[in-house]
Ligand binder design. Sequence first.
Ligand code: SAM
Length: 418
Amino acid sequence: MFSVSFSIKFKYNMLLQYQNKKPESEILATTKARLRTVSGKALKNKLIHGDNLPILKSLISDYNLAGKIDLIYIDPPFATNGHFKIGKDRANTISNSENDQIAYSDTLLGDSFLEFLRERLILLRQLMSDQGSIYLHIDYKIGHYVKLIMDEVFGIKNFKNDITRIKCNPKNFQRKAYGNTKDMILFYSKSENAVWNDPKIPFSEEDAERLFKKTDKNGRKYTTIPLHAPGETANGNTGREWHGVKPPKGRHWRSDPAILEKLDEQGLIEWSVSGVPRKKIFIDERDGKKMQDIWEFKDPQYPSYPTEKNINLLKFIVGASSNEDDLVLDCFCGSGTTLAAAQELNRNWIGIDKSEHAIKVAKKRLLAMPANLFSKVDFEFLKEITDTEERVDAYTTRTFVTVQNLYKQNYAKKNLSH
Ligand SMILES: C[S@@+](CC[C@H](N)C(=O)[O-])C[C@H]1O[C@@H](n2cnc3c(N)ncnc32)[C@H](O)[C@@H]1O
């Protein structure tokens, strides 16, 4: 059932092959969903209940959102062959009880799962803006196949990171293997112009001791870096002698000697006993250290929805790869963690989920959030409707219009007879 093979498409493009892989043109021609607004018509933020594939198509065709989404985070099912349940009277906990209701099922496996995901990724690519990014959360069992699909859809050149996310404390697994405490987040951009806010994390005490070993007379911790950089300057000032010192062979001063002079006057240059100048870098002037690709954001111990993700993980992603007023999309939104993070950081958002439980939890969560000091969060709530529901809708509209026209005619007749 799960048989895959690789082929080399062009020089660096490896293609994952499996049965029933559709041509892109067929996926792009997916039938769109019919959506009915239940409340909050035409607001920018949208929560949509239904299957995300036809809904993504309708965001493209009916809502004119192709090329408008700046950030996508998705946390789809992971092909675990499991049912995720939610307790009726214990809304705060994930339930394993037979009697509890299924929040969602994760039963698509192997190539069917990969194709399910690929179809959605192809439509998501259509929706992404030129400055857009996508983060896909997946586990270590299927994640490497998904990486190949992502490479195919978004292009290897747009691959940014395979982030290791520490998800829980170490557990005593029974399997004859190492314990598993991580999953992965695949990060791609649409183009070279993606928003990137270069997030920093604070230095730990250990970092401070290791990286900023020196302390000045005012008690400020600092380190020093060379004043020169690789490459010789043939005629410019940065190749000149300064304070009787020339940059070492094959190197040049990082700044014009006039600037170096000013830095020296301000006490920002340290001279070694042998007369070598270095620039002082103070820890209190740095906004932290660069975030690396191993992240620790453990999931909530008492989630309101199975597989609910850590809100700080989502706030970190939203802050890193979008700006205020940008549009953020999560089409497997579950309890609405991405939407809540986007809301908190003043981004607009769209969330889609096909589970009634998920929609209920997400709605409750979003409605409990303040939009600002004076009002609550506003969003349009839409629902995918079936053919029958559409026919009933059309019939109700026709009946309403007929009654309205009859009323108008009667009213006009009465007024004429006066
Ligand atoms: C892992 S959960 C997402 C959890 C979410 N990140 C959170 O923090 O709560 C995956 C979600 O995808 C939804 N889902 C699965 N297939 C879907 C589909 N075809 N269309 C829309 N939602 C779907 C499930 O109902 C489930 O809520």
